[in-house]
Design a protein around this ligand. Structure first.
Ligand SMILES: Cc1cc2nc3c(=O)[nH]c(=O)nc-3n(C[C@H](O)[C@H](O)[C@H](O)COP(=O)(O)OP(=O)(O)OC[C@H]3O[C@@H](n4cnc5c(N)ncnc54)[C@H](O)[C@@H]3O)c2cc1C
Length: 412
């Protein structure tokens, strides 16, 4: 019996299990998936919890509901991978031998990596990148009377790089609707030179911050947080004071990746960016946020990659050439407040451009434009996630990015 072990039963690991199990003959292959949690978290929903738009119980379901029959679900924390011996060790001493390994343990916010950040978490320092953080921030915002709100990104890459902008837009709308926007000064502090990573989208999104009277503090490489004086301090000695700090801590791959000597400085697994095969080990793949591919760390990227991955995996285990080449396709709805949203569609090579998606000229979604339909796209996504993406059903969207419908004229 050959053994496939999948590490992580989040977005990418679950899709790998649901798509590969039917293709691997049951009398020849066992499939095991490991996760430290018994709960699957719909992380895009964390954005809405602080503003009371989603209740916390609307973003969780039991992991086992999504694991297909014929896949063994093991609950436990991974301690390390011993790649030379083809085995995974769990921290309770269990050992899982494998012939092929798929790493899908994602990325995690690490406030402990920035001096001062963890000292006042839940006080004047908050985050919404975890279930616990998003619910604590909801409690804080319910009674907060105003002051200086600073939304801050520690360092790139982070998962869902647009989420801090969405949080800022929603905060502006939330305080306006509460009638206290005049009492709230909002500053957006980023290590990037503008509002976003890509120039055209950065200009559009920067203008949207401007329109909402949000001050942008770019190129801010944080050194530490002084929680007594309530200020962020950068390496070039700039200071930004705050009354309420909502930070996106450094995001890192799992620590066991470092212990297993499988990762880079941030514990991401170096892979071929088209096939997701480890650069070091011919029987290890890394999918979703766990890999070092230069794409957005986003569920949509995991989904598009996972449309192509099974064919490559099946070829590879038979000693055949992999023939599907992932292009880094990402597709993100950006919530902009007051029932509107924006959509961006891009890949490794092409930055987000205006136009229509998915049908050229028709849409119905508009790229880089605030519309109500884009907002409904974002709202619908939660249903699609639980009912289509995780169960491994097909969405009628091409895995690779298309230039059809995109405007490429003079954009700046
Ligand atoms: C606030 C927020 C908003 C977002 N919005 C969007 C959006 O609008 N659109 C979008 O496409 N994406 C969005 N994302 C990103 C999306 O959620 C992730 O990119 C996606 O979940 C990545 O899937 P993954 O399988 O790689 O990792 P995950 O889904 O994070 O799964 C990793 C799994 O590995 C397990 N694990 C980790 N370490 C260990 C260990 N040592 N032992 C055992 N198990 C372990 C974890 O418990 C987890 O279940 C958002 C994320 C956040 C935080």
């Amino acid at each position: 019996m050959r053994k496939l072990v999948i590490l992580g039963a989040g977005t990418a690991g679950t899709m790998a299990a649901t798509k590969l199990r039917p293709q691997l003959p049951r009398d020849e292959w066992s499939v095991t998936i490991v996760d430290q949690n018994e709960t699957h978290y719909y992380q895009p929903g964390y954005l809405f919890i602080p503003f009371g738009i989603y209740r916390p119980d609307e973003v969780t379901k039991p992991i086992k509901r999504f694991i297909p029959s014929g896949v063994d679900l093991v609950t436990g924390a991974i301690d390390r991978v011993v790649a030379d011996e083809n085995k995974v060790l769990l921290d309770d001493g269990r050992e899982l031998p494998y012939d092929y390994l798929i790493i899908a343990t994602g990325t995690t916010p690490r406030p402990d990596e920035t001096p001062g950040m963890a000292d006042d978490l839940g006080g004047s320092v908050h985050e919404f990148y975890t279930y616990k953080g998003a619910t604590a921030l909801a409690d804080k915002l319910r009674t907060w009377e105003g002051g200086h709100l600073v939304v801050h990104i520690t360092e790139m890459p982070i998962k869902c790089p647009v989420a801090p902008l969405e949080f800022t837009f929603l905060a502006d709308a939330f305080f306006t609707e509460q009638g206290i926007r005049d009492n709230v000064k909002i500053t957006y502090v980023t290590p990037l030179e503008g509002a976003f990573t890509k120039p055209v989208a950065s200009k559009y999104l920067g203008d949207m911050l401007d329109k909402r009277n949000v001050h942008l503090e770019p190129d801010f490489m944080i050194e530490s947080i002084d929680t007594e004086a309530k200020k962020l301090v950068s390496f070039d000695e700039r200071e930004v004071d705050y009354d309420l700090l909502v930070t996106i801590p450094l995001n890192m791959g799992a620590d066991y990746i470092a212990r297993s000597d499988l990762g880079d400085d941030l514990n991401y697994v170096p892979v071929d960016q088209q096939t997701l095969l480890s650069k070091k080990h011919d029987n290890i793949f890394a999918v979703g946020d766990a890999s070092d591919i230069p794409a957005s760390k986003a569920g949509s990227v995991a989904h598009f990659a996972m449309d192509l991955f099974p064919a490559n995996f099946m070829n590879h285990i038979q000693g055949l050439k992999m023939t599907e080449f992932f292009d880094g396709h990402a597709n993100c709805f950006i919530e902009t407040g007051h029932g509107k949203g924006l959509l961006i569609d891009f890949n490794y090579e092409t930055e987000p451009l205006p136009g229509k998606y998915p049908l050229p000229g028709v849409g119905p979604f508009s790229l880089l434009k605030e519309t109500e339909l884009n907002h409904w796209g974002k709202v619908m996504f939660r249903w699609m996630y639980w009912n289509i993406l995780l169960p491994g059903k097909e969405l009628p969207l091409p895995a690779l990015m298309s230039m059809a419908g995109k405007e490429t004229g003079d954009l700046r």
